[in-house]
Design a protein around this ligand. Structure first.
Ligand code: KG4
Ligand code: ZN
Length: 337
């Protein structure tokens, strides 16, 4: 079965063709260079860029793969959560194709798409498992039951962890997006140089809070400057490595607690922050107790292959959302549809 995937929820325009667990092609156009100068994603610009790039990427996909669109079995598009203008571009485009080629169309939950990125690398993966979903917009611990139903066990009560990486990077004068920058510079830093508080680490629930860490880093910078440092000689690598360590430790503490409490050994990682090299390194120390599933780097950040892979499951079981569904920007609303 071949499914076309379309992803336009944030700042990556992406189209993909997936045949069962094999990605035939996955084209991603990142708008990051455009949003960089604003220090974050500008929703209006994102939507306009999707509008410009999506038809071009789609033609490229068809030319490159030489696959006749008449031959595909269905279309999967990100329905939400995401930026409403951005989502609308993908959903409208997908509806146009579904109508023109008379194909089944399914609207996919972007978060579940991130989880399905793992099935591309690990076809043997089967629920039940615990998910640690860590992106720029969401920090979640989910439980996926044997019947694929999803329960939210925990979430961030304020900033998402990717957002915290981005904001702390900005405080440290590093580029955008901040996650990869902190990851890179931390390799030259001491993760124990600063003792930042570990927010909610020992609370009995599975929730997170990351906005206080950003404030703690800000106060530490101010204290260092008071003590004779200036903007040019701040120990940026140590500050970055110490902040990163707190975030990674809290994430791993909570997700392993959730897995233990639920008697589960399989932990699935998803989302952009799963690309973090320190996270990947620290997971190795836990690999005797748990089986970790981490998507390959190219499928950690937003891409249409994961959307197609999630859609394939639904199209295979005969589902078709038709042409009457709308994008759903809100995560909780999306989880309940
Ligand atoms: O899942 P994603 O590509 O987009 C959504 O937010 O949906 O995640 C993007 C987030 C950004 O906040 C970025 O800074 C973070 O993932 N990120 C990382 C790394 N690579 C990307 N955070 C930590 N370490 C990384 N290597
Ligand atoms: Zn995402």
């Amino acid at each position: 079965m071949i499914v076309l995937g379309i992803e336009t929820s944030c700042d990556e325009t992406s189209v993909a063709l997936v045949e069962d667990n094999t990605v035939i092609a996955n084209l991603v156009y990142s708008q990051i260079q455009i949003h960089k100068k604003f220090g974050g994603v500008v929703p209006e610009i994102a939507a306009r860029e999707h509008l410009k790039k999506l038809p071009i990427l789609f033609s490229e996909l068809i030319n490159q793969t030489n696959i006749n669109i008449e031959k595909i079995d269905g279309i999967a598009v990100t329905k939400g959560p995401g930026l409403i203008g951005a989502l609308l571009v993908g959903v409208s485009f997908a509806k146009g194709l579904a109508l023109r080629y008379k194909k089944p169309l399914v609207g996919i939950n972007h978060i579940i798409g991130h989880v399905y990125a793992n099935y591309i690398a690990y076809p043997e993966l089967k629920p039940p498992y615990i998910v640690l979903m860590v992106s720029g917009g969401h920090t979640l611990i989910l439980k996926v039951e044997e019947n694929n139903s999803v329960t939210i066990l925990g979430r961030s009560v304020d900033d998402a962890v990717g957002e915290a990486f981005d904001k702390i990077a900005r405080l440290l004068g590093l580029g955008y997006p901040g996650g990869p920058e902190i990851d890179k510079i931390s390799k030259n830093g001491n993760p124990n140089a600063f003792n930042f508080p570990k927010p909610k680490m020992y609370d009995p629930d599975y929730n997170f809070s990351f906005s206080g860490l950003k404030t703690a880093v800000l106060y530490e910078i101010k204290r260092l400057i008071k003590n004779g440092y200036n903007e040019n000689n701040l120990p940026i690598a140590d500050l970055a490595a110490s902040a990163q360590e707190v975030m990674i430790d809290v994430l791993l503490h909570k997700v392993t607690k959730a897995a233990r409490d639920n008697n589960l050994k399989n932990i699935v990682l998803a989302g952009g922050v799963a690309a973090n090299s320190r996270l990947r390194e620290k997971i190795r120390a836990l690999s005797e107790e748990f089986n970790f599933y981490i998507p390959p780097l190219e499928y950690c950040s937003d891409n249409a292959a994961m959307i197609a892979r999630a859609g394939l499951e639904r199209i295979k079981s005969g589902e078709n959302d038709g042409l009457n569904f709308e994008p759903v920007p809100n995560f909780f609303e999306m989880m309940s549809t």
